[in-house]
Ligand binder design. Structure first.
Ligand SMILES: [Zn+2]
Length: 169
């Protein structure tokens, strides 16, 4: 979900489309809510769009700095930690007598920031990449065995990039 948030405001060009769709899911509260629900994020109470947009920028800057295992940018790191500071953690005992920690928040943006922290901490930052097709540039997580993927997806980016290379030869 962290990567989806980082990519949220990038124009997309689905296979077959002639022009990129510059659709911003964070444009209004209805589309923002739909976007977050897609990623299984549930909340009650008011979703502050300004806070959400700020968080999106921070996550995008953070991913930008971390591409290929880079060191996270100080400012972005501080901002996301600040955003997540409004989220508390509650320890609970499970039925199998294990301790589980659950996030508790009032402001959904704080909960979202906390979820991003958990996801980022669990990932291998060397696998955070940016699509090699310049017109695309979406961030993606490389799950290939050798971590050698160059495009966020084969369709359309992989074959478009290869077709372009063939034309140049
Ligand atoms: Zn791509």
């Amino acid at each position: 979900m962290t990567l989806a948030l980082a990519n949220a405001r990038k124009p997309r060009r689905p296979p077959g489309a002639r022009v990129a769709q510059a659709e911003d899911p964070l444009e209004d509260t209805v589309s923002a809510a739909g976007f977050l629900r897609t990623w299984g994020f549930a909340w009650e109470g008011e979703l502050k769009l300004s806070g959400l947009r700020r968080l999106q920028e921070v996550v995008e800057a953070l991913m930008e700095s971390m591409v290929g295992g880079g060191r996270p940018a100080d400012a972005a790191l501080e901002s996301i930690n600040d955003a997540a500071a409004g989220c508390g953690w509650v320890k609970r005992l499970t039925a199998t007598l294990k301790l589980a920690e659950e996030p508790r928040w009032r402001d959904p943006v704080a909960g979202l920031a906390a979820r991003c922290l958990v996801e980022i901490a669990a990932c291998d930052s060397r696998r955070i990449k940016r699509c090699a097709r310049p017109e695309c540039g979406l961030f993606f997580y490389d799950t290939t065995r050798n971590a050698n993927a160059r495009w966020h997806q084969e369709a359309p980016c992989g074959w478009r990039a290869r077709a372009q290379r063939r034309r140049k030869q």
